[in-house]
Design a protein around this ligand. Structure first.
Ligand code: S3P
Length: 429
């Protein structure tokens, strides 16, 4: 993808449905008894991987565009797939489905693309084994083979906050005897906890512990998915760092476990406003952002889980800020779709930024002008989008190799960038 410098970024945007919510709605819909109707389903390739795997497990999924209906027959309605289940690039799909399949009395093999086959799976295999499933990994990574069956509830403490692992244990817990309780060292996104009660499953939350009793039947629901706030982050940063810019994003997810990047951008001096329009089962509203003078700040381990997917966008903002921006306690970034710490350091340095790579984070000295460069996305959608936004502020053209991987979460990204660069013909506000 060739990107030229942009003089401004403006527009009103509504985004396809949130990826994290779409995965969960499809999976919980498959476990419910009856028809779950999902509107504004994510267009992300990752969510399509979830739908494809569910179909291979015998679930009837009807879809036209962003309207997806899932005909659930309860957990017992799932059938063993004829071959291995291919999750593509989707870590959420492989980890969450592992939790579902741990409770099913058949053998499943879960695998995916080259990036997935490097990602750590013991973090999900261990609790599922403790619940009674036979789970094997290849040196800790996929393929993951699961011989599921009768499960017993467990009390499990996650060493690292992870919404995917927490969700896997809870999905297994739904099928287990007795109570399953999961505790995280700090709160990761809580969509599963918000959606389960909406599907009729009572659960208890206390601090960072969530527990439920197995055996409750899930009742289907109808839900419109709010826009993906992690996709919005790239547009927000573009509006902050380009001159004469302003955006409004309508109907976007505003769950506090996902919006910590907005608080950080504000602390950096960013003019970002939000308003909540409705609260249940997830807060939904709008975001506005406009050109701002930014300064570097420090982001510590306690905030990282609530902005883990937004570090690439924040790193781009940091290159345009005065002073030093640091993020620490973010070692998890090294085991995402790529090693995001190394990939960001490499790409932003190639564009002239001063970036220090640390074992668990980054330090970025902002304010240096960026220059166009040839940079690599490393097959990672969020790296492709971050470097593309950085390229808009560079002097000279840039090439982002492998940029099409943006479609893993945000297939419309480059079209939206073009729209923002062309500018809003409407008036501000
Ligand atoms: C996700 C959880 C996060 C996040 C991922 C989506 C989810 O991963 O990085 O993009 O939908 O549960 P972890 O579970 O590793 O924190």
């Amino acid at each position: 993808m060739r990107l030229s410098p942009a003089s401004r970024f403006r527009g009103r945007f509504t985004l396809p449905g949130d990826k994290s919510l779409s995965h969960r709605l499809a999976i919980l819909g498959a476990l419910a008894e009856g028809e779950t109707r999902i509107g504004n389903f994510s267009t992300a390739a990752d969510c399509n991987s979830t739908l494809r795997c569910l179909k291979e497990l015998g679930v009837e999924v009807r879809g036209s565009g962003r309207a997806v209906d899932v005909e659930g027959l309860g957990p017992a309605g799932l059938r063993g797939a004829s071959g291995s289940l291919d999750v593509g690039n989707s870590g959420s799909t492989i980890r969450m489905l592992a939790g579902v399949l741990a409770g099913r009395p058949f053998r499943s093999v879960l695998t995916g693309d080259a990036s997935i086959r490097r990602r750590p799976m013991e973090r999900v295999a261990e609790p599922l084994r403790a619940m009674g499933a036979a789970v094997t990994t290849r040196d800790g990574a996929p393929p993951v083979t699961i011989e599921g069956g009768a499960l017993r509830g467990i009390t499990w403490r996650l060493p690292v906050a992870s919404a995917q692992v927490k969700t896997a244990v809870l999905l297994a817990g739904l099928q287990a005897d007795g109570i399953t309780a999961v505790t995280e060292p700090s709160q990761s996104r809580d969509h599963t906890e918000r959606l389960l009660p909406a599907f009729g499953v009572p659960l208890e939350r206390s601090g960072t512990t969530v527990s439920l009793r197995g055996g409750t039947r899930l009742t289907p629901l109808t839900m419109e998915v709010p826009g993906d706030v992690s996709s919005a982050a790239f547009l927000v940063v573009a509006a902050l760092i380009l001159p004469d810019s302003w955006i409004h994003v309508e109907n976007v997810l505003l769950n506090p476990a996902r919006t910590a990047f907005i608080a950080v951008l504000r602390k950096m001096g960013g003019h970002v406003e939000t308003g909540v329009r409705r609260e249940e089962p997830e807060p939904v509203g709008w975001i506005e952002a406009r050109t701002s003078r930014l300064r570097g700040v420090s982001v510590g381990a306690e905030t990282v889980p609530a902005l883990i997917d937004e570090v690439p966008a924040l790193a781009v903002a940091a290159t345009r800020a005065e002073g030093t921006f640091t993020v620490s306690g973010a070692g998890e970034l090294r085991v995402k779709e790529s090693d995001r710490i190394a990939a960001l350091a490499e790409g932003l340095r190639a564009m002239g930024a001063r970036v220090e790579e640390r074992p668990d984070g980054l330090a970025i000295d902002g304010g240096l002008p960026l220059r166009g460069a040839r940079v690599r996305a490393h097959g990672d959608h969020r790296i492709a989008m971050a470097l593309s936004v950085a390229a808009l502020t560079a002097r000279g053209d840039s090439h982002v190799e492998d940029a099409e991987c943006a479609s893993v979460s945000f297939p419309e990204f480059y079209a939206f960038l073009e729209r923002g660069i062309a500018g809003d013909r409407g008036r501000r506000g």
